[in-house]
Design a protein around this ligand. Structure first.
Ligand code: ATP
Ligand code: MG
Length: 558
């Protein structure tokens, strides 16, 4: 698709409309507003790609705004991780902003609210306030403190700020409408007392603004034109606008608009729940390759291009929906197919002895690195009398549809010769321990002899026994066994953890992989895509399986 005929999503239509109605392009400004209370996940990537994508489309600045109004859960570690992930995805923010930078301004505006008679200090317990709130079909009742004199409210609010009042002893509430159809408009809390050190403002503040008060006002301070958030904030829009009405004086008046969250099958997407997986040791950390976090996907071997492609294909929608994780895997595969070199590794080795190959001899065969990319060149792989193949690639007997190795039949060894299985050896329990084969010395791949051009149905990957290096390979399965682990009313998502989501395998790989660097990616032929894990040490690569060559999840679980 070219840029010109690419269809616009509904938010782009909205922006086009605004432009047609008098906004100038130079006024457009967006923001991505993460709360630094966890690592970014693939759902955040949707919002990042949306906001920064709009920035690219309209050549407009995009701020990175840390929505840091809750010191209980926020940490510098998360700020750093979030910045790293956005940069890694390939996006550049204009300004790095923090809601906490606006604490003074927000406080001053709260005083303005009080002075206008639009906010009051309420000392009731949260239970009492909840009782007065009413229900969606029944109006609430006014707090007995609602008409407290302005001067008293100002004095109490100053005491709240100065730390003279206990946590939980009172809150500042906006005076709106206890009979509103929108429950959020029934005198919402604007400030609460929290005597917690903040990761940036330390102990400067004893009160912290609520999300609704902080968000729209921060958008206004930053001159954001379109404040895009997920659907659950739709009912908050009325309050967003009401708060802006009270303080707006001039310039860009931000608009909140909503889009559907990205949900992905077989995983969860809430930072709070992901934190539980980390704290309970279900995973090794936020960047465990099974996590749906950006850092987990990176460690797993997903590229920024694959994640951006996924966000693009999954699109932005108006209604809640679940995206099949198979689409994400498809994007990884498409990308890795083009970019990775092919190598040979055997995850479940079975020894093969080529009885007519001279003992003590070896040769180095030409192997193409990537048939999808001519410039990728070739390498040499060693071959000798003893090799390993996958256990599942040999059977004593099998039907005609089995194109791998079986007694009396031939297969081609990738980059090598045609071999035929003559006999096999077994241990006391009947397990096959070795296959004895003969090879056709004239059948070498690429040698152009009539023997080498002979059609043989199966081709197997293999490694030379003498040269192979033993490495650890981590093979992952879905972290959850259920398609929507957190959508069950009576069951906790933890009940659906897949106990076999990680299998650690001692594998044999071709010697060219000895010097593979952390993060380097390969296609292990016939097995899938793998990357070198960050736990690797020099000369001892550890591989993560990124994704298989085909989608066999659906098949396997029929
Ligand atoms: P979580 O519940 O995972 O903590 P959150 O919405 O509280 O998510 P924030 O850090 O507040 O996380 O989110 C930053 C931005 O990313 C917000 O604009 C939010 O709407 C958006 N976002 C968060 N999760 C998703 C998602 N699953 N799909 C699309 N956008 C998302
Ligand atoms: Mg949030």
């Amino acid at each position: 698709m070219t840029e010109a005929n690419k269809s616009l999503n509904f938010l782009e239509h909205l922006i086009e409309e605004d432009l047609a109605n008098g906004y100038s392009k130079s006024e457009l400004r967006f923001r991505f507003p993460p709360e630094p209370n966890g690592y970014l996940h693939i759902g955040h990537a949707a919002s990042i790609c949306l906001n920064f994508g709009l920035g690219e489309t309209y050549n407009a600045p995009v701020n990175l705004r840390f929505d840091d109004t809750n010191p209980e859960k926020e940490e510098q570690e998360y700020v750093d991780a979030i910045k790293k992930d956005i940069q890694w995805l390939g996006f550049k923010w204009d300004k790095e902003c923090y809601s906490s930078d606006y604490f003074q301004q927000l406080y001053d505006w709260a005083i303005l609210l009080i002075e206008k008679g639009l906010a009051y200090v309420d000392p009731q317990s949260s239970e009492e306030m909840a009782k007065q709130k009413g229900t969606p079909t029944k109006a609430g009742i006014n707090s007995p403190y609602r008409d407290r004199p302005i001067a008293e409210n100002l004095a109490l609010f100053a005491q709240m700020k100065n730390g003279e009042l206990e946590e939980g002893s009172c809150v500042l509430r906006a005076k709106i409408d206890m009979a509103s159809n929108n429950m959020l408009m029934r005198d919402p809390i604007v400030y609460r007392i929290l005597k917690k050190a903040h990761h940036r403002t330390a102990n400067d503040w004893n009160i912290y603004p609520m999300y609704d008060w902080a968000h729209g006002e921060s958008d206004y301070i930053e001159k954001i034109s379109h404040s895009l958030c997920t659907l659950e904030f739709k009912p908050h829009r009325e309050l967003y606008d009401w708060f802006l009405d009270q303080i707006y004086s001039e310039g860009m008046r931000p608009k909140q608009r909503e889009f559907a969250r990205r949900n992905l099958s077989y995983t969860i997407m809430s930072k709070r729940k992901l934190l539980r997986l980390v704290e309970d040791g279900i995973v090794s950390g936020w960047d465990d390759p099974r996590m749906p976090t950006i850092s987990g996907l990176r460690r797993r071997g997903y590229s920024p291009a694959a994640i951006r492609k996924f966000s693009d294909l999954a699109g932005i929608s108006k209604r809640d929906n679940v995206t099949d994780v198979a689409l994400l895997e498809f994007c990884a595969r498409e990308d890795l197919n083009k970019t990775t070199n092919r190598v040979m590794a055997v995850l479940d080795p079975l020894k093969v002895v080529i009885t007519n190959y001279p003992e003590g001899e070896e040769e180095w065969l030409d192997a193409e690195n990537n048939p999808e990319n001519e410039t990728a060149g070739s390498r040499k792989v060693p071959f000798g009398r003893e090799i390993y193949i996958e256990k599942e690639d040999f059977r004593e007997e099998a039907n005609r549809k089995y194109f791998r190795l079986k007694l009396g039949k031939e297969v081609r060894l990738k980059n090598g010769y045609i071999i035929q299985a003559d006999s096999c050896e077994k241990d006391g329990e009947g397990n096959i321990t070795q296959v004895n084969c003969t090879y056709d010395p004239l059948s070498k791949s690429g040698s152009n002899t009539p023997e080498s051009l002979r059609k043989v149905k199966g081709t197997l990957h293999w490694v030379s026994a003498k040269h192979a290096i033993e490495t650890e390979v981590r093979v992952y399965d879905r972290l959850f066994l259920d398609e929507a682990p957190d959508a069950h009313a009576e069951k906790d998502f933890m009940e659906f953890i897949n106990p076999k989501s990680l299998e650690t395998v001692k594998a044999l790989v071709e010697p060219s992989l000895k010097d593979a660097k952390k993060g380097e990616q390969f296609q292990f032929q016939r097995l899938g895509y793998f990357c070198v894990d960050t736990d690797s040490s020099p000369n001892h690569p550890i591989f993560n399986k990124t994704v298989g060559l085909r989608d066999n999840w659906a098949k396997k679980n029929k």
